[in-house]
Design a binder for this molecule. Structure first.
Ligand code: NAD
Ligand code: AKB
Length: 313
């Protein structure tokens, strides 16, 4: 069997840091090259190779892939929903061209596998609000969602036409304590923990009853690795898989935190992100992922809240 050599693009971001560390445990530190436009995250330092890399520079990316004998790419560089609405052109350009650069190089160099995450942001106001199915009406209303939807079909196209083994998950909002979130609508569910511990109160940019699909980072990392390790023959979805874990509102997560910190208070001051959140489903049906590669979440709101507070203390 050929030795795998993995390149993680966007490794200094919220998912990148934890995914890189998890991949290094599987493939060995030296065989997972972390890369990002910004400097190496503190948590990655000393744990394996790092290169400074812009995914938009296709030539440099191609050189790195050849020079480092890369066999798999995990592409995490993107502009997320809230930042995307402030700069739609930049979001479209990075989210699309970055993916096309990686898919082209994967085809040319016959890489073994590519991972690229999509998001629940592909869904829009006309998609079912509850238990949103794998295949349904998809009419996204944010530039981020449009880029994810187009990206899913580019992945499917490269799989069907060129046999590139590209796999994808539509992550819900991800909650983590190790590295900071990068400009999403679901970021409130991380900020709330920091503010609860630092100041005892939080001003939320979403309304109290805004339910959104969410997931704790250890579940997201495990989902990613399980999908990437699944036999190709089991996978019928080459756009992107729905996965689900939690669905809660700001009020509910506030109550979960108050069980640990009884004096914690929340005020609500919705901004432009409310409109984005209102366009997304409240919960997701992930029965296809469960059936095809055995997906099953482990964390509920109570367990996640306890771990988040413990680790942030
Ligand atoms: P993030 O913003 O925290 O990290 C992205 C990283 O990409 C950053 O470190 C950034 O410096 C880097 N980057 C930006 N432009 C680059 C470029 N031109 N070249 C190289 N690196 C560049 O994002 P994240 O939350 O870790 O998300 C990773 C992926 O997962 C994205 O595709 C995102 O859409 C998707 N996703 C995330 C969530 C979530 O809740 N975090 C949910 C759904 C989907
Ligand atoms: C965001 O809020 O933009 C992300 C996502 C759900 O894709 N967390």
């Amino acid at each position: 069997m050929t030795k795998e050599k993995v390149l993680v693009i966007g490794a200094s971001g919220q998912i990148g840091v934890e995914l890189t560390l998890a991949l290094r445990k599987i493939y060995g530190n030296a065989n997972v090259v972390a890369s990002d436009l910004r400097e190496e995250n503190e948590l990655l330092k000393g744990s394996g190779p790092y290169v400074s890399l812009d995914v938009m520079n296709k030539e440099m990316l191609h050189v790195q892939v050849i020079r480092q004998n890369i066999t798999q790419i995990y592409l995490l560089a993107a502009i997320l929903s809230a930042t995307g609405e402030k700069n739609p052109n930049l979001a479209w350009h990075l989210n699309m061209q970055g993916l096309l650069n990686v898919l082209d190089i994967a085809r040319e160099e016959k890489l073994h596998k590519v991972y690229w995450p999509s998001s629940i942001a592909v869904f829009g106001p006309t998609s079912p609000r509850k238990d949103c199915p794998q295949r349904t009406i998809i009419e996204p209303s944010t530039v981020y969602g449009i880029s994810k939807y187009a990206g899913e079909f580019w992945c499917n196209y490269f799989f069907e036409r060129y046999g590139v083994d590209v796999r994808s998950i539509r992550y819900p909002g991800l909650i983590s304590y190790k590295s900071a979130p990068g400009g999403g609508t679901t970021d409130y569910a991380i900020e709330i923990f920091h503010e609860a511990l630092e100041s005892g109160s939080y001003k939320c940019f979403l309304k109290e009853d805004t339910y959104l699909p969410m997931m704790y980072m250890p579940d997201a990392i495990r989902a990613t690795i399980e999908l990437m390790e699944a036999p190709a023959a089991n996978l019928t979805v080459r756009t992107s898989y729905n996965v689900a874990a939690l669905s809660f509102s700001p009020k509910e997560i506030g109550e979960a935190i108050r069980r640990h910190l009884p004096a914690f208070t929340i005020q609500y001051d919705p901004d432009y992100r409310q409109h984005i959140a209102d366009s997304w489903p409240q919960s997701i049906d992930d029965s296809v992922a469960r059936a095809e590669w055995g997906w099953k979440p482990e964390y509920d709101l109570t367990r996640m809240t306890a771990e988040m507070l413990d680790n942030l203390k």
